[in-house]
Structures are given as structure tokens and as C-alpha cells.
Design a protein around this ligand. Structure first.
Ligand SMILES: [Zn+2]
Length: 328
């Protein structure tokens, strides 16, 4: 792969962010040179998507359809959503979440700006305030350039109306729901949501359960930053907490720890080889240690992950960041 993949990824990024980058990445990984066309041509058929509701713990539920996992607090105060997938799924999401115990959607939290987590804002933003970190509103309200491809600004009703820099809490359904900003991980606007009474944490896309993650370097993301963020999150996640990842199955703190161990191990390998003067292509050809291979069976394969680490470390070095530390 190498340069060809990088070009394909670049061309795909805008469509991917708007329409669900996972299908696009899967097409690149599986289709090689033809993957680009296949992914762009791919019209997502949302009519076939079903929303699966899983009780997590306490007042919290996880909803899976297409795109990022949704968290929901459901109780006497009404419904609070964490992320809202794609606009065409909004009626199904509403039916699924209101079907749990009745009540209306009263708040929406966005963990970050990507379209597979904020597409439903266009619908739900008309009836419930959207809460997100300052950088999420900045990116949603202005045209974004992702690897050279344009993503248009969102309409007014889809924008967060309550923004914060570091952290904010919503006191809802009998518990404090803490929304905490983690800088420069998956993007520059990621939040982790702690349901303190239900003992559930929604990690957003700072956690891909069981697979290499997508790190959006063009949106202020950083691989070393993600490592630091996950390490910090681990100090805040109780041992017996249930963890909702941005993508992948419902998880535990131990799963998040394994994810962190993988991030550190794979980044150490690439950093060492870069220091030895190896090219990206050589590092990709050598691959990662065999025990990390299972992580490449998701949407980001091993070569793409190596490229992401390589480009992120090169960017840190160019910005003069001290070796081994992210941009903070
Ligand atoms: Zn994302």
C-alpha cells in the first residue's frame, strides 16, 4: 500500500466523514486501487439498518445502528443522548430510545464532530439543546478541509448550543453526567462522558474496541495524544465500570487497558524504526509484531495504522514536540 493507500484515503476522507468513514476505509483496505471508486459510489442504504438497544447499567443504554455507538440516559427526567449517528436514522433512533420507557429526547451530547456521530443533530437539534466541547462547534460551523477534501458547514439547528472548554456536568435522571474534554486524541474536540451513578463511561472515538483506531490528524488528532488521553481516562474509569466504545462491542475497563497497551506497543515499534531511519514503506513491509495482528482485522488495517502512527509522529517532530510526548 503506502502512497497509493494514502492517496485513496485522502480522496475518501471528506466523503468518509460525511457518510461514514468506516465503510470507506473498509473499501480501501479490501479493494486496493478500486476501493476508492467503490467507496465513493457506495450509497449507504439506511433503510435496512436496525437499531439494537442494549441495557448497560443503571439508567444507561447503548444503541447500535450504523456509525458511532450511541449512549442514552433514560429515566424520569427524559432522555439524554450521547451521539446520534446519521440523519436518515433519526426516526429509528427516536423510536428505539423512546420505546425503552417513554419520555422525550431533552439533551444531546456530541463526543466529537465526525458525521457518523453528529448526523442526527439536524433533526434532534430542533427539539433538544446539543452540548459539546468548543472545538466541535467550531468544526461543525465552518467548512472543514480533511486531507484536502471539503466538508461543508452544518446548518444552524445542527450546531451545539452549549459549549465548554474543559468539562461540564448535566444532573439528569438521578445522577451527575460528567462530560470531560480530552485534547488531541481522535480529534481536537473529543469528550469522554462519565455516568457517575450508573457506573458507565462513553469513550467516544478515543476508544475503538478490539481494532486499530482511526485518528483524524487533520482535525487535530494525535496518536501520542490519544495514548496520553486513554492513560488519563484509565485513571478515571472505575474497575467495574461498563465502557461504551465509539466503535465496537460494549466493553470493560480491562478492554480499554488492552487497547492502551496496543497503542503503546505499536507506536513504540514505529517510533524506534523511524529513529533508525527507516522509510514508511519499509516499516509497513516489516509490519508489526504478530501478537498485534488481530487488531488489524477491523476497519483500519495494519498498514494504514502504521501510516497513521508514522504521519502523526512526523507531525509532532516537525512541530518541535519533545519525543514521546503529544501536543498538549
Ligand atoms: Zn470519529
Amino acid at each position: 500500500m503506502g502512497r497509493g493507500t494514502r492517496r485513496a484515503l485522502a480522496a475518501l476522507s471528506a466523503a468518509a466523514v460525511a457518510a461514514g468513514w468506516m465503510a470507506a476505509l473498509a473499501a480501501v483496505a479490501g479493494g486496493g486501487a478500486g476501493g476508492e471508486r467503490a467507496a465513493v459510489a457506495q450509497q449507504r442504504d439506511f433503510s435496512k439498518v436496525e437499531i439494537k438497544v442494549t441495557p448497560v447499567a443503571g439508567k444507561v443504554y447503548m444503541l447500535e445502528g450504523s456509525g458511532g455507538n450511541i449512549g442514552a440516559s433514560v429515566g424520569e427526567d427524559g432522555i439524554l443522548l450521547v451521539d446520534d449517528q446519521f440523519e436518515p436514522l433519526a426516526p429509528k433512533i427516536r423510536a428505539a430510545v423512546e420505546g425503552i420507557a417513554g419520555g422525550k429526547i431533552k439533551f444531546v451530547i456530541n463526543t466529537h464532530w465526525h458525521g457518523d456521530h453528529t448526523g442526527g443533530n439536524k433533526v434532534f437539534g430542533l427539539e433538544a439543546p446539543i452540548i459539546a466541547q468548543t472545538n466541535v462547534r467550531k468544526r461543525l460551523s465552518t467548512e472543514q478541509s480533511v486531507r484536502g477534501e471539503k466538508v461543508p458547514p452544518s446548518p444552524k439547528q445542527a450546531l451545539p448550543v452549549i459549549t465548554f472548554d474543559q468539562a461540564v456536568s448535566v444532573h439528569w435522571n438521578g445522577e451527575e453526567i460528567k462530560i470531560v474534554h480530552f485534547p488531541h486524541g481522535h480529534t481536537d474536540g473529543d469528550s469522554v462522558v462519565f455516568f457517575t451513578g450508573s457506573n458507565v463511561v462513553h469513550m467516544g472515538d478515543d476508544f475503538f474496541a478490539g481494532t486499530f483506531p482511526f485518528v483524524d490528524l487533520g482535525s487535530g488528532g494525535s496518536v501520542q495524544g490519544l495514548i496520553d488521553d486513554v492513560a488519563k481516562a484509565l485513571t478515571m474509569v472505575p474497575a467495574d465500570a461498563k465502557v461504551i466504545p465509539g466503535h465496537g462491542p460494549l466493553s470493560t475497563r480491562a478492554d480499554l487497558e488492552r487497547f492502551h497497551t496496543m497503542l503503546v506497543a505499536s507506536t513504540d515499534v514505529v517510533r524506534r524504526r523511524m529513529k533508525a531511519g527507516e522509510s514508511l514503506e519499509k516499516i509497513q513491509a516489516e509490519g508489526l509484531p504478530a501478537e498485534l495482528a488481530p487488531w488489524g482485522k477491523g476497519f483500519v488495517d495494519t498498514k494504514t495504522w502504521i501510516m497513521t502512527i508514522h504521519d502523526s509522529l512526523a507531525k509532532d517532530a516537525a512541530a518541535g514536540a519533545p519525543s514521546g510526548h503529544g501536543r498538549r
